[in-house]
Ligand binder design. Structure first.
Ligand SMILES: Cc1cc2nc3c(=O)[nH]c(=O)nc-3n(C[C@H](O)[C@H](O)[C@H](O)COP(=O)(O)OP(=O)(O)OC[C@H]3O[C@@H](n4cnc5c(N)ncnc54)[C@H](O)[C@@H]3O)c2cc1C
Length: 471
C-alpha cells in the first residue's frame, strides 16, 4: 500500500496492551467514526474500549483528502430529487452542524491538526444545471452561496458556486488529537484486535476477536464496511467507489473544490502542497490497477506540471440515497457506515448521534440516517449486474487463464496457480461469496463487490472479510 502525505513526519499513538475485555461500550474500528464516538462518550458514566484490527486511523481516514465542508458537490440537489426537499434540508443542517462540531472540538481542546478556513467550490466543466439548483437551495435555506465564473487557479471551469464558512485539516492529526483526549479520560484503545463475530447472550454482547472474546452491554461497529451481512442489509443499500489521490508541491492556497459531474476532479491544499483526487469508478469496474494509476497520473499531468510526491488510492461506501447509515441496528448494537466520501462530517455525526442515543438524548438526525430505512431496488439490481459484468470482464476475458486454473476440491472452488502449486486460494470471498478478481499490478486478490483484499497466497489484507482464503 502506498504512503499518503498524512503519514509524513507523524508519530503514531502508543496504545496499551490488552488488560481488560469487559466494558459497557465496545467500539470496533478506530477511524474517524469510531474515535469520534469514543470522544463524545468520554465524560459519560460508561466504561469504553476501542479496538482496531490494525492501528488507530489506519483505514480510509488516513487516505482521505480531509476537507471539512458542507458543500459536497451537488448533494442537496440529488437528495431533493430522490427524497424531497425536507430531507435534503435536514441533511444540510446535519452537515453544517458537523463542520461546527469539528471546529469547536479543535478550538476548545487545542488540537494541533492544521485546521484552516478554506472556501469551498463546486464547479462544472460541462454541465452547470445542477449547480444552479444547489445554489438556489442553499440561498433558500439562508446560506450564503455565490455564483462564480472561475476557480482561484487555472483549471477548466464552466461555472462554480462558492460558500465561505468551511475548512480543511490534517485528518490523522485530528483523529490522534481526539484519541489522546479519550485516553486522558481512561478510554482504552487496543490495536491489532480483529473482530469477526458479535452475538448476544445473557443480556451481553460477546464480540469474538483474534485476541479472545470481549463482553459489553453496547457494541458500535465503525469498521468502515461492516463485517457482517445481517442485520442492516448493508450490501443491498450500498456500493463501493474507488478514487485515486496524489499530492505535489504547490503554492499555499486556501480553497477546496470538487466537480458536480460524474468525472470527479477534487482539489485542496495542505501547506505548500496541492492534493488532487479523481479517476473514480465503482469497485470492480476497472480492474487493471497499473492502468488506473497510469491514467490517473496522466490526468493530473494534463492540468498540472508539478511532480507528484505521493500517490494512493482509497475507496468509500456509497449509499443509494446519498446519506450516511448511522444508528441502532439491533437493541444496543450500532452501525456507522456509508459516508459517500464525506466522512469527516459524517464520521463526526456518527459519534454525536450514536453517543446521544446511548446517553438517552434526543438527536434530530437519528431517524433520517437510520440503518433501518428502506433501500432503492433498481439501484440494487444495477449494482448486482455491474458486479457480475466486472467478474466476466476481469477473469474470463483477461489473460488470467494463462496463469491460473479453477479446481473444485471437496465442493469448494479454488484458484490454483499453474506455475506454483503452493498457491491455492478460495475463489469466493468469505464475506458474501463474491468471486475474487486477480489484481495484476499489486499481486492481490480483490473482491469487486465489497472491497476485501488478500495477498497472492491468500492472507487477508483488508476486510470486510475477516478470514483468509488460503485454508
Ligand atoms: C479518495 C477519497 C477522498 C475523501 N475525501 C474526503 C474529504 O475531503 N472530506 C470528507 O469529509 N470525507 C472524505 N472522504 C471520506 C472519508 O475519508 C471516509 O468516509 C472516512 O475516512 C471513513 O471513516 P471510517 O471511520 O468509517 O473508516 P476507517 O477510517 O476505514 O476506519 C475503520 C477502522 O476499522 C478497522 N477495522 C476494520 N475491520 C475491523 C475488524 N473486523 N475488527 C477491528 N477493526 C476493524 C480498520 O482497521 C480501520 O482503522 C474521502 C474518501 C475517499 C475515498
Amino acid at each position: 500500500m502506498q504512503k499518503t502525505i498524512w503519514e509524513e513526519n507523524i508519530i503514531p499513538i502508543k496504545t496499551s496492551e490488552i488488560e481488560k475485555k469487559e466494558c459497557d461500550i465496545l467500539i470496533i474500528g478506530a477511524g474517524i467514526a469510531g474515535v469520534s464516538t469514543a470522544f463524545y462518550l468520554k465524560n459519560s458514566k460508561y466504561s469504553v474500549i476501542v479496538i482496531d484490527k490494525d492501528k488507530i486511523a489506519s483505514g480510509i481516514t488516513k487516505r482521505t483528502t480531509g476537507k471539512v465542508t458542507y458543500l459536497q458537490g451537488d448533494v442537496y440537489h440529488k437528495i431533493k430529487n430522490l427524497c424531497g426537499e425536507k430531507i435534503s434540508k435536514k441533511y444540510y443542517e446535519a452537515q453544517k452542524k458537523a463542520v461546527n462540531y469539528i471546529l469547536s472540538n479543535v478550538q476548545k481542546n487545542n488540537i494541533d491538526c492544521n485546521l484552516q478556513g478554506a472556501h469551498s467550490y463546486t464547479f462544472s466543466i460541462k454541465d452547470k444545471a445542477s449547480l444552479k439548483v444547489e445554489k438556489e437551495l442553499l440561498n433558500k435555506w439562508k446560506n450564503k452561496c455565490t455564483w462564480e465564473d472561475n476557480l482561484p487557479i487555472k483549471f477548466p471551469c464552466e461555472n462554480a458556486i462558492k460558500v465561505e464558512d468551511t475548512y480543511v485539516f490534517h485528518p490523522l492529526k485530528y483523529v490522534y488529537g481526539l484519541t489522546k483526549l479519550c485516553m486522558n479520560k481512561n478510554i482504552l484503545f487496543y490495536e491489532g484486535v480483529c473482530a469477526n463475530d458479535v452475538s448476544f447472550k445473557d443480556n451481553y454482547y460477546i464480540t469474538k476477536t483474534n485476541q479472545g472474546n470481549f463482553k459489553s452491554k453496547y457494541v458500535v461497529i465503525s469498521t468502515h464496511y461492516p463485517f457482517f451481512i445481517f442485520p442492516g442489509f448493508i450490501p443491498l443499500k450500498t456500493h463501493i467507489e474507488k478514487s485515486y489521490v496524489c499530492s505535489s508541491s504547490f503554492r499555499n492556497m486556501s480553497f477546496n473544490a470538487i466537480t458536480n459531474e460524474d468525472k470527479t476532479h477534487s482539489i485542496r491544499f495542505y501547506k505548500n502542497n496541492l492534493i488532487y483526487s479523481g479517476y473514480n469508478h465503482k469497485l470492480g469496474n476497472k480492474n487493471n490497477e497499473d492502468k488506473n494509476y497510469k491514467n490517473f497520473k496522466n490526468r493530473f499531468n494534463k492540468y498540472f506540471k508539478e511532480e507528484i510526491s505521493h500517490v494512493w488510492s482509497a475507496h468509500d461506501i456509497m449509499t443509494e440515497d446519498f446519506m450516511p447509515i448511522i444508528g441502532e441496528v439491533k437493541p444496543n448494537l450500532f452501525l456507522a457506515t456509508g459516508f459517500n466520501k464525506w466522512g469527516m462530517t459524517n464520521g463526526t455525526l456518527s459519534g454525536k448521534i450514536i453517543s446521544d442515543v446511548i446517553l438517552k438524548k434526543k438527536n434530530p438526525y437519528e431517524e433520517i440516517f437510520s440503518p433501518k430505512r428502506g433501500f432503492i431496488i433498481h439501484k440494487f439490481l444495477e449494482d448486482g449486474f455491474q458486479n457480475g459484468k466486472s467478474f466476466v470482464k476481469g477473469m474470463i476475458l483477461s489473460n488470467f487463464e494463462k496463469d491460473f486454473k479453477i479446481e473444485n476440491i471437496n465442493n469448494t472452488y479454488y484458484y490454483v496457480s499453474k506455475k506454483n502449486s503452493n498457491i491455492k486460494v478460495k475463489m469466493n470471498c468469505p464475506h458474501m461469496k463474491c468471486p475474487l478478481l486477480f489484481n495484476e499490478s499489486e499481486n492481490t486478490w480483490d473482491c469487486p463487490c465489497h472491497g476485501s483484499r488478500f495477498t497472492l497466497e491468500g492472507k487477508l489484507i483488508t476486510g470486510p472479510s475477516h478470514k483468509d482464503i488460503c485454508n
